[in-house]
Design a protein around this ligand. Structure first.
Ligand code: FAD
Length: 452
């Protein structure tokens, strides 16, 4: 049978764009891609990139304070959201254009419209047109989830934050995952009076408890009113602001309420029933290690598969799919030892197992150094950093590394290489320190803090 394309990709985000470019540009496949919103997807348009730029913007007041402690006369001044937003919009436009030119350079046909699946080899565009393809790749990503409660329609999500016309005077951030914590720190840094509600006892529940505790302390010390064990019962508009009632009956009024209460796979109305693909327990599209669904011609990568919801992982999955199906090189995406960072203030970065995960698996040694770093200590600030290695007692392999420090994300990228190579604690010890740095602690921790 003749198909219109060798590959039809649904979704122009991290995973979809990489798969399309590699399949067409490197392996010569005839590829089309449909994107219903803006090219680049969540990461570029309403995720990693605009968020990190906001992290940078929000970090200046603290830097100014530090500068004063070092003898500079510096004034924080006033943050101009409108000026920042127009620069941000221009930057996102530039990135979107770069994504589009990458696709056109690889000769990918782009449909700027929604696509749904209407058969094992057929997609239907929102225009009504049907297109056939030998293979279909679903890369539709995820979307914010807000639980249903009275007034939940007044809650903003991460999608809305980058589009706000003005910053509110006060904000309630609801949630305790990395996106909630990052937005709380961003808003606080930008001078917005920030409260954060988290349902359970701690934020960042999937991270190492010792590292998480330090970030939690930092969040509180920065002036954010973090209230754990607190859940929203209702939101009611009140004179341009929002009255929030909690499940335990407390009330407060905020200029805006932002829910960062998780993300769900983007599968609504995608037509999966037409090909009898049943969703997994988290609403995800089930795939095997080759990103193949139960329908042999249909594959899925990225957040929609709910494996590891991070941009570099979606990119790897899309690339491995394209190499396998069109490049004659069978390759699976490797999900082991994926490092990640939380861009809070202080920043948290991790690779591998938490202490609790490793301890549940067998005997371990923990090397942990918490201290006030030279830079902020000189400035008279109380900030502490943490460097922690979780080591397998028998093999001596470093199973986990957790860092809470400025630029922790930059540091963990390097540690991840060593861990991926199977580095042992003794390999770390053999490595000479770079002095004076914070990261030298990673190679100078001689005695275990504890064993279990
Ligand atoms: P996406 O990038 O979400 O792309 C999916 C695309 O498909 C979207 O453009 C969507 O419009 C389109 N689409 C959906 N349905 C259809 C359809 N039927 N037809 C046509 N088009 C469709 N990850 C990190 O690694 N580091 C970070 O710091 C980080 N920060 C984040 C901050 C925030 C606020 C958020 C929300 C996410 C963040 N992420 C981060 C996660 C990262 O953005 C995602 O893991 C990544 O974008 C997933 O890529 P994807 O290709 O699966 O989907």
């Amino acid at each position: 049978m003749d198909f219109d394309y060798d590959l039809f990709v649904i979704g122009g985000g991290s995973g979809g764009v990489r798969a399309a470019r590699i399949a067409a540009g490197e392996h010569g496949a005839r590829v089309a891609l449909a994107e219903e919103y803006r090219m680049g997807g969540t990461c570029v348009i309403r995720g990693c990139v605009p968020k990190k730029l906001m992290v940078f913007a929000s970090s200046f007041p603290a830097a100014m304070e530090e500068a004063r402690a070092y003898g500079w006369s510096a004034d924080v001044g006033r943050f101009d959201w409108t000026a920042f937003r127009s620069k941000l919009d221009a930057e996102l436009d530039r990135l979107e254009r770069a994504y589009r030119s990458g696709l056109s350079g690889a000769k990918v046909t782009v449909y700027d419209t929604r696509a749904t699946i209407s058969g094992a080899h057929e997609v239907t565009l929102a225009t009504g047109e049907t297109v056939t393809a030998k293979h279909i790749l679903i890369a539709t990503g995820g979307r914010p989830y807000v639980p249903a409660f009275p007034g939940s329609e007044h809650a903003l999500t991460s999608n809305d934050v980058f589009l706000m016309d003005a910053l509110p005077d006060s904000v309630l951030i609801v949630g305790g995952g990395y996106i909630a914590c990052e937005f709380a720190c961003i808003m606080n840094g930008l001078g917005v009076k920030t409260t954060q509600y988290q349902r359970s006892a701690h934020v960042l529940k999937d991270f190492d408890a010792e590292a998480r505790d330090l970030v939690e302390a930092g969040i509180r010390a920065s002036g954010i009113d973090l209230q754990t064990g607190t859940e929203v019962a209702s939101i009611t508009p009140e004179g341009g602001a929002f009255r929030v009632v909690t499940k335990d009956g407390r009330e407060a009024v905020f200029g805006a309420v932002i829910h960062a209460t998780g993300r769900v796979p983007n599968v609504e109305g995608l037509g999966l029933e037409a090909v009898e693909i049943a969703l997994g327990p988290k609403g995800q599209i089930p795939v095997d290690d080759w990103s193949q669904t139960r329908v042999p011609s249909i594959f899925a990568v990225g957040d929609v598969t709910d494996r590891i919801a991070l941009t570099p992982v979606a990119i790897r999955e899309g690339h491995a799919f394209a190499d396998t199906v069109f490049g004659g090189t069978a390759r699976q995406a490797d999900h082991a030892l994926v490092a990640s960072a939380v861009f809070t203030q202080p920043e948290l970065a991790s690779c591998g197992m938490t202490e609790a995960e490793a301890a549940a698996r067998g005997p371990i040694e923990v090397y942990s150094a918490g201290f006030r770093p030279m830079r902020t200590s000189f400035a008279g600030q109380p900030d502490k950093v943490l460097f922690k290695l979780v080591v397998d007692a028998a093999s001596r392999k470093v199973l986990g590394c957790h860092i809470v420090a400025p630029e922790a994300g930059e540091m963990i990228q390097m540690v991840a290489i060593a861990m991926k190579m199977g580095a042992t604690k003794e390999d770390f010890d053999r490595t000479c320190a770079v002095h004076p740095t914070m990261a030298e602690e990673l190679v100078t921790m001689r005695k275990p803090t504890r064993s279990s």
